[in-house]
Design a protein around this ligand. Sequence first.
Ligand SMILES: [Zn+2]
Length: 260
Amino acid sequence: MSLEQSFRDRTFVVDDPDARIRSDDDLMAFVAIPGGGFKKIAKGTSVRVLDVRLEEAGSKKRIVFGRAAAADGGDVLGWTSTRNLAGSFMNETIGLVPPEPGATRFGPNAAWDNGAFLEQLDLVAIVDSNLEIERLAMKTIAPFAALVAAAKDDGVRITLNSGFRSYPEQKLLHDGFVRGLPGFNTAAKPGFSKHQNGIAFDLSVAGGDGNPTYEWLKRHATSFGFVRTVSKEPWHWEFDEAKAQAARAGGAFRTPNVRD
Ligand SMILES: [Zn+2]
């Protein structure tokens, strides 16, 4: 099992009838068929993904493309959007993002807690619930994968909305919140968010109570070291084995400070 590139261990099924193949040289261009139409991978084809590339599409969105090969025989079929695959590549890890030499405490891998710089983290790029890229601390990848797999065995899908944030990313969110800009929610001051120290996960649990994913997390997350830690934020879970164990021992799924 490759923690850094989980897609390498998996077989995917094309479930889009219009899974077009992209040009090797320009992933934004489709490969045309002489006489009309575009080259496609047939719906229902089982594929392995040999490699991935990201392309910018609009301001912040990035599309994950995969170089697909037939699962039986191994013939290379070509590059296609991973949105065309059943399960759509959610939760697949696509590569290690190590700290750059000389990076500062404001760099992309710098972890902070309680207003102070902690350390430079090894991060892993992972596909989120919007099929965009988040980063998680390498040390949390195995427990998160275990959580996701156990839920899947129970027919429940766990996906990520937000993972690790750098200082500049948290500053952007906090500034937007302070200025009351549309689309910005409550956000901690830069240096103070648990999303900056590599243990926080915002999961898709729309509506909270009654949401199947949330109900599953309430019953099982502490067994995997995850615990709810913030009032009024049912989506915010942290990987903290000591706090999770303490909650579990008391028959709870959240830390004592959490009111609702
Ligand atoms: Zn959060």
